[in-house]
Ligand binder design. Structure first.
Ligand SMILES: [Zn+2]
Length: 149
């Protein structure tokens, strides 16, 4: 679970395969409650909040996305999930979709040129391998192939 300051990091952690809850407007007490109830680690840049969360808090000390991703992987270990297996927007595990199922949901050109599609049962978004996914994977692969400790 990430606090409201770490929304961008949340998307990238999902891309790495971590089950990541991000509630933009949640107050600290709410974050702490959900983290406890669901057995989640609370990632925060707020020293006081990390201290309150005690063993369940992880204080993010670095600046910049790549450094923060390394910090999280080093602290929590590999996600155990596949890269790009969760919806970046809502965290739901993605499911494979047949081309017929995504007609009208993706641009016509994409429908013609792509053969693999993934849908999110949570928010309905459709994803497909492409240059955007390639850029994400290129950034994340080093973290998986040679995980920081
Ligand atoms: Zn979704």
């Amino acid at each position: 679970m990430v606090d409201s300051m770490l929304g961008r990091l949340a998307r990238w952690l999902r891309a790495l395969g971590y089950d990541t809850v991000y509630l933009r407007h949640a107050r600290d007490v709410e974050l702490l409650r959900i983290a406890r109830q669901e057995g989640r680690v609370l990632l925060t840049r707020d020293t006081r909040l990390a201290r309150t969360a005690r063993a369940q808090g992880l204080l993010i000390q670095t600046e910049g996305l790549d450094a923060q991703l390394r910090e999280v992987v080093a602290a929590l270990g590999p996600s155990g999930g596949e890269l790009l297996s969760r919806c970046l927007d809502c965290n739901t595990p993605l499911e494979a979709r047949a081309r017929e199922e995504v007609v009208g949901l993706v641009p016509a050109y994409t429908l013609e040129t792509q053969s693999e599609f993934y849908g999110c049962p949570g928010c309905g978004k459709v994803f497909w391998p492409g240059s955007h996914a390639d850029r994400i994977l290129a950034r994340l692969r080093p973290l998986v192939e040679d995980p920081p400790r």
